[in-house]
Design a protein. Sequence first.
Length: 255
Amino acid sequence: MERLHKYLARAGVASRRKAEKLMLAGKVQVNGQTVCKLGSLVDAEHDEVCIEGQKLSLPKQHQYFILYKPRGTITTLADPQGRPCIGDWLRKKHGRVYPVGRLDYDTEGALLLTDDGDLVNRLLMPRFQIPRSYVAKVRGQPSPEALQQLCKGVVIGEERPAQALRAKLHCVLKANSWVVLTVTEGRYHLVKRMFAAIGHPVLALFRPAQAGISVLNMYPGQLRALTQEECVLLKAVALGHSRPPLVVGLPIRKR
Ligand code: URA
């Protein structure tokens, strides 16, 4: 239940103060009854609210979720062959949401899900160049020159070369290392092909955050709704008003 004047404001009728004036003027009906009393409550899902006989409806509220996609899952809502897929983590209550882009079968980490098509377009359209950061475990230890080469551009097949915005060593293991790579596009197997091009094949790939929304405190397979603050950040990033904060960390079992 919520206050009627708030509901009217959410429905785009008027500001909350003006909505109260409309109520006092006897212009608002709930389930056919005129409601003048300030502070009256309404059930947005079940009550019918009218202004001078005109039925109101609320603008659609979009849904935003973040999934920690585990390794060994396909970025699809349903797989006809019954392979593990991200749809396995969705329930009816989550509504009809879609993944924002895709991660490879063996890549794990942050994957946004939403029914907000405009936001998806903004986040994925190459011309908006929204940075995407990955942490890759690669064979050997790339030299500073090799990392610099990633930023200058590398040939990854017949298409145009690929360029990183940032390439930085995160930590060094015995025979391998973890490298943070930021790119601004989403070509097929992009990160893997870029590291292959400098002679350091990817052994494991993790995306700690998507558009600044982090999975660092989550476990593989966990799905949660974004907080209010995260929704604000996501929209600011999608609209180009802020850059996604760089989130760096290793997959949970590797800590
Ligand atoms: N680049 C890749 O190679 N794989 C992914 O899953 C994401 C980016």
